[in-house]
Design a protein around this ligand. Structure first.
Ligand code: HEC
Length: 638
């Protein structure tokens, strides 16, 4: 492909962008039809050669009330399109976009909250990444709140025809199951998380399914989940027919830093002693790659155990050591020191230094505490949800990486105000990366919608139906509408913890640029045969800084790359320059770039129709304060 002459072939405007919205769909193209989703979680089909809409299905029936939802695409299988809206898992007829007959409950959907062994009303369960099909089963992971009350991250297989549950795997083991003793005895009833929000990977030939989990909830304080917390922060292989565990590999014990595995495992084949070995490669938020034998889970590169600092907060206990891979070398810097602070301007340096000293982090694994720490690489990686791209021809794994510090500060939980006790950790005064601001929410949502939001939760927001009860929920609703503080102190609820986070945000200077020296984002090529880093380049720019002559700084970036047989690495992902780029995959030189209407914070797709090759990307923006967008843009050669 003569990549330098790529031009826009068509665009499709979902018209669904709104302030703060994101659109992370990685389109599926089959037989000339493209299937994807809009920022309001409408599923649609387009003619992949022209961008003409063929059908669209709105799971809210036109009543989308926000807020932002993250969803990364659909599954298309055997004439059906599967996707979920909040806790509802839908199946559509791929030709018409109508709800498939015989699927789910009377309303035609499967409730992701059921079958978890807990009352549905108290659970917030959704899925930000579509599942994968094995034989006649749709296998899915879920998103659950990272604070309490949460839900367990069970992996489930549903019958593709009916939606009946065929098997589940308990990521928080029940009594008698392997790993139950890595938690307090009763945790399986109340703990949450250990979920595969980044999806699952199926090896069709072996009949195995692989997934990688996030931390246990609450992310930053684990006094109620003492122990290693299997299968949190783990790569797990199951028999796809039965859901039984084949092997597991825990990357981090008793996580207190939100170090979720941020992407599903990638199936790779590497060369060892001249022979091909099937493996899975797993990227981490800390900038590492685990390479494990696909059949056994054995490590294919050396690793070492390192001693860890003790817990600081009352009642918590950290793991005394953690395991780190020695190869490949990390694709992100590992420890933030004073000499790494920004020198963009003297003022920027001064503001960075002040914050750095206010949040002392002598060890990259300093546990969370009430003084504050800087997590680096940050909570959004290192690696992120775009995941890596693997070139089977050369054994090279391509990974884009963020290099941002994140500030985390913990405070004792107030027991005197309902809002302070249950809501403030996420909904502080202003919008944070974890949750939208609630200022003015009552002008957008009715009393009933507010009550539903609190009762049912969604995404990272817990469902408070069980924990709080109707009268407290009514008082909180009233508070959001009129500002009238509830008069009664909250009743004490046993699942609630002594501490909550207060600050949880990216470490920026006084003008909103990263407070560390560049690169702020990188693109890396790692040889999985040798462990060697083949190349690593700054990735992304800030247009305002480029105007001031500061180029090639890298920027935060979300969304993965695709690698082609004819030598290209194609990726958008960069948050502020809205570009899509094509590189020479062997040496990392830039061959082409196009400008998008908003950041393409997802992985592009490439496909052929009538002998013509296209590259398409969802331009959703909305990350870390960047403008939101709702367009899909397809490129092709003229
Ligand atoms: C663990 C974090 C967390 C906690 C605790 C939390 N929320 Fe939320 N809340 C969220 C997130 C995140 C969203 C947006 C949904 C999403 O992005 O998945 C949200 C959305 C909402 C919305 C809808 C806002 C809109 O713009 O439509 C309301 C109302 C709300 N929360 C109220 C509350 C109240 C009241 C409490 C306390 C009882 C609370 N939340 C506790 C994270 C949280």
């Amino acid at each position: 492909m003569n990549v330098a002459t790529l031009q826009v072939a068509w665009t499709y405007d979902t018209k669904d962008a709104f302030e703060g919205s994101e659109m992370q769909s990685n389109p599926v193209v089959i037989d000339g039809v493209l299937y994807a989703m809009s920022p309001k979680q409408r599923a649609f089909a387009l003619d992949a050669a022209t961008g003409q809409e063929l059908w669209s299905f709105d799971p809210t029936g036109g009543n989308f009330t926000g807020p932002r939802i993250r969803y990364r695409g659909v599954v298309v299988h055997d004439g059906r399109v599967y996707f979920n809206y909040r806790y509802r898992l839908f199946a559509l007829d791929a030709k018409t976009g109508q709800q498939a007959t015989g699927w789910g409950n009377d309303s035609g959907w499967v409730d992701l909250r059921s079958g978890l062994g807990r009352p549905e009303q108290g659970l917030s369960v959704s899925a930000s990444t579509p599942g994968a099909v094995y034989k006649d089963m749709l296998i899915v992971g879920t998103s659950v709140p990272e604070a309490l009350p949460s839900a367990p991250g069970d992996i489930r297989a549903y019958d593709v025809k009916t939606g009946a549950l065929r098997w589940s795997f308990h990521t928080i083991p029940h009594p008698g199951e392997f790993g139950h003793d890595t938690w307090p005895a009763e945790a399986w009833k109340v703990a949450g998380g250990a979920n595969a929000w980044s999806g699952v990977t199926v090896d069709q030939q072996r009949g195995m399914v692989f997934f990688a989990t996030g931390s246990a909830s609450f992310d930053f304080y684990g006094a109620n989940r003492l122990g290693d917390n299997l299968f949190a922060n783990s790569i797990v292989a199951l028999d796809a027919n039965t859901g039984k565990r084949v092997w597991h590999f825990q990357g981090l014990k008793h996580d207190l830093w939100d170090r979720d595995f941020p992407a599903a495992p990638t199936l790779v084949t590497v060369t060892r002693e001249g022979k091909p070995v099937d493996a899975v490669a797993q990227i981490t938020k800390t900038g590492h790659v685990w390479l494990l034998d696909r059949s056994t889970g054995a490590e294919l590169f050396p690793s070492e155990w390192r001693r860890m600092p003790p817990a600081i907060l009352d009642g918590d206990v950290t793991a005394d050591s953690q395991r780190f891979p020695l190869l490949p070398k990390p694709f992100a810097r590992q420890q933030l020191t004073e000499d790494m602070l920004t020198e963009r301007t003297p003022e920027a340096h001064a503001s960075a230094l002040r914050i750095f000293r206010e949040n002392p982090t002598p060890d990259p694994w300093t546990p969370p505490n009430t003084e504050g720490i800087i997590i680096f690489p940050g909570v959004d990686g290192g690696g992120e949800y775009g995941g890596p791209a693997f070139d089977p021809k050369t054994g090279v794994l391509y990974v884009n990486s963020n290099e941002m510090g994140w500030i985390l500060k913990i405070v004792p939980r107030e027991e005197t105000s309902l809002f302070g006790a249950y809501c403030a950790e996420c909904h502080g005064a202003t919008s944070t990366p974890i949750a939208p601001t609630l200022n003015g929410v009552a002008t957008r949502l009715t009393r009933e919608q507010l009550t539903t939001a609190i009762r049912d939760g969604t995404g990272r927001m817990p469902a408070f139906a069980t924990a709080l009860g109707d009268s407290s929920i009514a008082e909180l609703t009233e508070y959001l509408i009129s500002g009238k503080q509830p008069t009664r102190p909250p009743k004490s609820v046993p699942t609630f913890l002594k501490y909550r986070n207060t600050t949880f945000d990216i470490f920026l200077d006084h003008e909103g640029y990263p407070a560390i020296k560049p690169p702020w984002g990188t693109l890396n090529a790692l040889d999985l045969n040798t462990g060697e880093t083949k190349w690593s380049i700054p990735f992304g720019e800030y247009p305002q800084l480029v105007l001031q002559g500061l180029k090639d700084t890298g920027s935060d970036n979300y969304g993965g790359a695709i690698v082609t047989e004819n030598g290209l690495l194609i990726i958008a992902a960069t948050t502020y320059d809205n570009k899509i780029r094509a590189y020479d995959k062997s040496i990392g030189t830039l061959l082409w770039e196009g400008v998008l209407p908003a950041a393409g914070n997802t992985t592009p797709s490439t496909y052929m129709v009538n002998g013509k090759q296209y590259i398409v990307i969802a331009c959703g923006g909305g990350k870390n304060g960047a403008p939101s967008g709702g367009m899909y843009v397809a490129f092709a050669l003229p």
